[in-house]
Design a binder for this molecule. Structure first.
Ligand code: KIV
Ligand code: NA
Length: 265
């Protein structure tokens, strides 16, 4: 199999082929998504929400991200695997940022890391890139800053914040990032940014003009049913299907239907 690399994504932007990205947190789903042909698998710190049940992404640790990422990697043959640096492992100190990124690369076998923010973290980004580790940026609604925002509503609707995002996008490109996620910003702003930078933009709630799209697997597959933002297209109702399957199993056990004569030794 021909592996997807950061160069492949750059080529996709040039030829206009949209980039598909999904999150995964374990071996089994990583293997399914890779075999299905997804371009990029993100081991997101959304694991804090959907795997661990926390309200925010802040509590997840680097060790926990490494566990998820190393599991995903064992199921992947073709996709590019990107891993989030969790909250508190890169913001204040670029040497700590590099140490965190190195741990992810060495201990998981992943191909790139993702960091939230622009100008504030440019030193960390540059130091990681100088070590030869590809970096994906992340602008807009950056969930590690949720207590600064105070709300999960659309970001950069006001001109000041939009201008900061425009300038951060340029900074990420000039630092050498290979791509950037744009989360929950107006479609027009995402279009403008996507056209103004040469590196691919991957949108989530950022409209149709981004160079690619990303969704959290639990949202796309309908495992999570309480979370229904406008930007989400749900491709399966796994919550309902799994509930029905398990109810059926319970009934079969209670009814002494399972196991039957053929299902025993
Ligand atoms: O952690 C995550 O799932 C993400 C995506 C939503 C971009 O960062
Ligand atoms: Na994330």
């Amino acid at each position: 199999v021909k592996r997807i690399t950061t160069n492949t994504l750059q080529k996709m932007k040039s030829t206009g082929e949209k980039i598909s990205m999904i999150t995964a947190y374990d071996f089994s789903f990583g293997k399914i998504f890779d075999a299905a042909g997804i371009d990029v698998i993100l081991v997101g710190d959304s694991a804090s929400n959907v795997m661990a049940g926390h309200e925010t992404t802040l509590p997840i640790t680097l060790d926990q991200m490494i566990y998820h990422a190393s599991s995903v990697i064992r199921g992947v043959e073709r996709s590019l695997v990107v891993v989030d640096l969790p909250f508190g492992t890169y913001q204040g100190n670029s040497k700590e940022a590099l140490a965190s990124a190195i741990r992810i690369m060495k201990e998981t076998g992943a191909h790139a890391v993702k960091l939230e923010g622009g100008e504030e973290i440019v030193e960390s980004i540059k130091r990681i890139l100088a070590a030869g580790i590809p970096v994906m940026g992340h602008l807009g609604l950056t969930p590690q800053s949720i207590y600064k925002f105070g709300t999960y509503t659309v970001r950069a609707k006001e001109e000041a914040e939009a201008n900061k995002l425009r300038s951060d996008a340029k900074i990420l490109q000039e630092s050498g990032c290979f791509a950037m996620v744009l989360e929950k910003i107006p479609a027009l702003l995402a279009k403008e940014v996507s056209e103004s930078v040469a590196i691919p933009t991957i949108g989530i709630g950022a409209g149709r003009h981004c160079d690619g799209q990303v969704l959290v697997m639990h949202d796309l597959l309908g495992i999570n049913t309480e979370f229904k933002p406008r930007f989400l297209r749900q491709y399966l109702n796994m919550h309902e299907q799994v509930t029905n399957a398990v109810k059926h199993y319970i009934k079969d056990v209670k009814d002494r239907d399972f196991p039957n004569e053929q299902e025993q030794y």
